[in-house]
Write a protein that binds this ligand. Sequence first.
Ligand SMILES: *Cc1c(COP(=O)(O)O)cnc(C)c1O
Length: 418
Amino acid sequence: MDKLLGEVDPQIVEIVANDLTRQQNSLMLIPSENYASRAVMETQASILANKYAEGYPGERYYNGCEFMDEVESLAIERAKALFGVEHVNVQPHAGSQANMAVYHALLEPGDTILGMSLSQGGHLTHGANVNFSGNFYNIAAYGVDAETERIDMEEIACLAEQHRPRLIVVGATAYPRHFDFAAWRQVADAVGAYLLADIAHIAGLIAGGVHPDPVPYADVITTTTHKTLRGPRGAMIMCKAEYADKIDRAVFPGLQGGPFLHTIAARAVAFKEASDPDFKRYQAQIVKNAKALAARLTENGFRLVSGGTDNHLMLIDLTTKYEKLSGRQAADHLEDAGIIVNKNTIPFDKRKPRTTSGLRIGTPMITTRGMAEDEMILVADFITETLENRQKAAIKRQIREKVKELCAQFPIYDFLSY
Ligand SMILES: *Cc1c(COP(=O)(O)O)cnc(C)c1O
C-alpha cells in the first residue's frame, strides 16, 4: 500500500516520464489542451478519489460525506462567483456528458436541436450523426457564410424559423471568431427555443473578460474545465435558477452515478486561480498571441479561415498554399519537427474528416509557458519552414532542435522528476 509508483510499476513511470519530456520539448498548439497547475494536479491525485458521494451536498446516498459536501459546495460557490451565474452543477465528468445532461433535462427524444455542424466547427455533441445527439434528436445544422466564413445571424434566424428547434446550441470547437450571444437570444426568443451556450473552448476567455459574456442571454451554459479555463479534466453546467432542479436530476441520477470528488476539488482550485488578476492577464495574452501568430502566418503566405482570429485559435486553409498537402499530412510533418497541432476540416472542405484541408492551431499552452508576441514570430516561422521543407528529414530534425531550444527557455513542471 505504501510503495512508490516506481517500485510498483516502472513501466507506467517510464511512459509518464516520456510524455513529460514530450510536453516539455514540443510546441503544443492544440487549442483544447492546456498545462494544469501543480496545485490542480496535486488535488487530482488526492485521497478524495477514494470516496463515493452519490447525490448533492446535504443529500447524499452514502455516509461519511461531510468533507465531500464541503468541497463540492466550495466548487459551486466559486464557479457561481467567477461566472456570475445563479446555479452550477459541477459533477459532469466531461463536456460531452454535460451537453447530454442538458438535452436530457430539457428535451424529449425526437425534439429538434439547431446546432453547428461538425464539419464547419461544431462539436460532436451538437448533432453529429455518429454521436448520441444525432441519433436521439432531430438535428438542424448551421454553418458559416461561404464568403465571410463567419456565422451570419440572418441565416441563423431563417433556419430557426424554418426548423422551429426546441433548443439552439451556440458554441464551437473550431471557430476563430466571437459569438454575439445577444443576437442568439433574439433568435431563440423569436421561435420559443431554449438557448444553450457551449463555452467549452472559450470559458477561460470569458472568465478573463476577453470574450463576450453569454450569462445574461443563455438559459443554460456548459463548459469543460480543462481547456482555456486551465483546470482539471471535467465539466460543469451553469443555468438560471428555474432550470436548476431539472439539470441536477438529469446529471444524477439521470446519467451519472458517483461524482469524481478529487476532480471536483481540483475544479475548485482552478476557479480560485481563475479569480486572480494574473488569470485575466493570461487570457488577454492568449488572444494577443493568437493575433500575432495569425498575422505572421498570413505574412508567410498562409490563408486563415475568416482572415484571422478574435480568440485563442485559428484555422489554416492549406489549399491555397499547397494544393496537394492534406491537413493530416501537414500535422504529421509538423510533429516530426516537434510542433503538435491537429488536422481539422475547413468550412466547405473537399476532403474527408480523416484527411482534411486544414490545421487548427491555438495559443493557450504556449501562453501558459510564458511565451509572448516575439515568440509567436518564431513559432509561425517554424511552422512555415517545416511545411516548406516537409520532404527533407534533415531540415525537420534541425527545426526540432530549434523548437527544443525555444522550449527550454520556457520550462514546464520543473519540480517534477522521474
Ligand atoms: C471539447 C468540447 C466538448 C466536449 O468535451 P469532452 O470533455 O471532450 O467531452 C463539448 N463542446 C465543445 C464545444 C467542445 O469544444
